[in-house]
Design a protein around this ligand. Structure first.
Ligand SMILES: [Zn+2]
Ligand SMILES: [Zn+2]
Length: 254
């Protein structure tokens, strides 16, 4: 079954100890399928994870529950479904955050702009691939912060999978990682613009984030839909390699 969940929520299949951890990670209360946990203070962060299309892509809605506005991360495959979901949750989608411009992450961008005419935040190294959208494009260098209502998104330039790959750190505790870091894996580096050495540096940078940071990958390639930076440092073979040469051999099979 496709994933479609409010991920700043308590997934009902979580065992009790995981639930406790989850609450600690997110520091918030949660609702999941209409269930409420009134003992926690309510967060304004809205973060929904949706699996769309034939390539197990994860598309995300990130927004502010009070302002009821959101951005769509990697509009692809079925933008209508994502916008319908946002509308159902009561949110207006104001634009897009692009992790990178591979087809499976942006093939719905035109549909999104037809529906919203919003801002598209893309790294400057890849803005050229989004033709005919000039007035909507906001070129990102890396390091910028924007607000979606009162929710803060920090842009991290993480080249390696592509030159302009970027991750989004949401309220400092949630990392939307595109095809840079997956659960138990990382993005391939053998496609045009890929660079395993850059990937090594980018992964090291992500590994330096707080271990409780929740990881939201760009594809549903693992058993779980989310992880944490701490768990990836423990279990992800690409993060466990501590020198560049070994990494290059492992990633590129040299
Ligand atoms: Zn990709
Ligand atoms: Zn991808």
């Amino acid at each position: 079954m496709y994933q479609n969940q409010l991920v700043n929520a308590i997934p009902h299949h979580f065992k009790e100890y995981r639930r406790e951890q989850t609450l600690k990670w997110w520091g918030i209360d949660a609702d999941f399928d209409g269930r409420y946990y009134p003992f926690m203070a309510r967060s304004v962060l809205y973060l929904r994870q949706m699996e769309l299309g034939p390539m197990q892509n994860f598309v995300y809605l990130v927004g502010d529950r009070e302002k009821k506005e959101a951005l769509l991360v990697d509009p692809a495959w079925d933008v209508k479904a994502a916008l319908d979901q946002a509308a159902k949750d009561g949110f207006l989608v104001k634009g897009a955050l692009i992790t990178h411009t591979h087809f499976d992450h942006v093939n719905g961008l035109e549909d999104l702009l037809r529906a919203t005419d919003g801002i598209v935040y893309v790294h400057k190294e890849e803005a050229e691939f989004l033709r005919g959208m000039k007035k909507n494009i906001k070129r990102i260098e890396g390091g910028e912060k924007i607000q979606v209502g009162s929710v803060e998104v920090t842009f991290l330039h993480t080249p390696g999978h592509t030159r302009g790959s970027q991750c989004f750190l949401v309220n400092e505790k949630n990392l939307i990682s595109g095809d840079t870091l997956f659960i138990n894996a990382c993005g391939r580096c053998d496609l045009p613009g890929g660079d395993a050495e850059e990937m090594y540096r980018s992964l090291n940078r992500l590994a330096s984030l707080d271990e409780s940071t929740v990881l939201y990958p760009g594809h549903n390639y693992a058993d779980d839909a989310t992880s944490t930076v701490g768990d990836e440092k423990k279990f992800n073979p690409y993060l466990k390699i501590s020198n560049l040469n070994d990494f290059l051999k492992f990633r590129m099979g040299q």
